[in-house]
Design a binder for this molecule. Structure first.
Ligand SMILES: Cc1cc2nc3c(=O)[nH]c(=O)nc-3n(C[C@H](O)[C@H](O)[C@H](O)COP(=O)(O)OP(=O)(O)OC[C@H]3O[C@@H](n4cnc5c(N)ncnc54)[C@H](O)[C@@H]3O)c2cc1C
Length: 371
């Protein structure tokens, strides 16, 4: 067990290069708090109080990934302690490179199975000059999903495009004192350089949502309202856990190409409609990433087995559509069973890479690879 809580310093902020050197135990919200006065920020936002080390290990992402990318897009250099005790440096502070194998991309998302991140240089982004946010609600998830696709297809380039089921909206209203209509809801945000440019984009978004039968479209949310709603959105996972102390929660994390998003929604409907299952539909929709949360009374092993089968079928469908079993949470132990189907013959090369870096299997043993 490694504890990074005291390796949580920001070693340097180089504003002119848009870079920071950080230790792995630093929490990303604390980094952003420190950066506030510089006009810069570290965009990946998984919501929970995640550390830079954990985010790098998982290639974490979040609500703004559709616009800003995920953690892998922000790591320039890494210091990694290998299983043999050697510490190696990789990457460059230059904004581009064609030099050698890209070990950064290998280590980011490797879930601590290849080495231990002990330091990183991360790229920062400038805070947007202007932003606008809107809420749209729809008669069904399917209609909302179609609007998501059309917004992306229309090239509107949202900075966030989140879709929530009505049960999530109801919970957020209750827990965060919001007063949203209890319907399938899209939260969207756009970043840009002028308010007139953003007003035009919002109008296009409203038109698209209207064509998909949007019940109401509320544009022009102020900063305070926007922050309140996105904070509630970030807290949603924890709200669900808190409100269901007697239930286990199966969280799906599939992601598909955006053209297949509606098809996955249909597949979910087919699996869930007509059952008594309690679900929460949460989606980083702009990335085709769906967290279907399915609840199961603790101790009901039979139902848990049925839920596992449902999720297995949905993951199977996702893979058929060219997607992935995990958009952001990683494989860990629970999703190892999907590795063969998702990666086929390249899985054996992953095993070989693992054995080069960790021949004795001491780093996060059992993670990622099915036995
Ligand atoms: C309510 C909730 C919401 C979430 N939402 C999102 C989301 O929207 N997007 C998202 O991407 N994730 C999400 N997550 C998952 C998780 O928060 C992130 O993936 C995050 O990156 C984990 O960071 P952590 O500091 O908690 O890491 P930990 O949980 O401590 O570790 C995660 C993994 O990284 C490894 N690791 C940690 N530090 C290092 C290191 N220094 N070197 C090598 N390996 C290391 C650990 O061994 C472990 O395998 C959510 C989690 C919760 C509880």
């Amino acid at each position: 067990m490694l504890d990074f809580s005291e390796m949580n310093r920001i070693l340097a902020i180089r504003e002119e290069d848009f870079q920071a050197d950080v230790e792995p135990g630093l929490v990303y919200q604390d980094l952003n708090e420190k950066l506030k006065h510089t006009g810069l920020f570290f965009p990946p936002d998984p919501g929970a109080r995640a550390t830079l080390g954990g985010m790098i290990a998982n290639n974490a992402s979040g609500t703004r990934t559709i616009y800003y990318g995920s953690t892998k897009d922000y790591v320039l250099k890494l210091s990694v302690a290998l299983a043999n005790g050697e510490i190696i440096e990789m990457g460059t502070r230059a904004s581009k490179t064609s030099s050698g194998y890209d070990l950064i991309r290998l280590f980011v998302g490797s879930e601590g199975t290849l080495g231990v991140v002990v330091g990183a240089t991360v790229r920062l982004a400038g805070l947007p000059a202007e932003y606008s946010a809107a809420i749209a609600n729809f008669p069904s998830i399917a209609k909302a999903g179609r609007a998501v696709f059309e917004i992306i297809r229309g090239g509107l380039n949202p900075a966030a495009l989140e879709l929530l089921g009505p049960e999530c909206v109801e919970l957020m209203n209750r827990e965060a004192s919001l007063e949203l209509d209890i319907l399938p809801t899209i939260f969207m945000e756009f970043h840009g350089s002028t308010t007139s440019q953003l007003a035009e984009i919002l109008q296009m978004a409203e038109d698209i949502c209207g064509e998909q039968g949007c019940r109401s479209f509320q544009p022009g949310l102020g900063r305070a309202e926007r922050d309140r709603i996105f904070q509630a959105r970030h807290d949603l996972g924890e709200m669900i856990v808190r409100n269901h102390p007697d239930e286990h929660i199966k969280v799906m994390d599939t992601a598909v190409p955006i053209s297949a998003y509606s098809e996955v929604i249909d597949a979910i409907d087919q699996e869930i409609d007509g059952t008594n299952l309690k679900t929460y539909y949460i989606s980083h929709a702009g990335n085709g990433n769906i967290h279907l949360n399915i609840l199961c009374q603790k101790g009901d092993r039979k139902l848990w087995g049925q839920i596992e089968e449902i999720v297995d079928r949905l993951v199977g469908k996702t893979l058929e559509l060219g997607g992935t079993a995990t958009g952001e949470h990683g494989i860990g132990l629970g999703k190892r069973k999907y590795m063969v189907d998702e990666h086929g013959s390249s899985l054996q090369w992953m095993r070989q890479i693992k054995s080069v870096f960790d021949p004795n299997g001491i780093l996060n043993p059992g993670k990622i690879f099915p036995s």
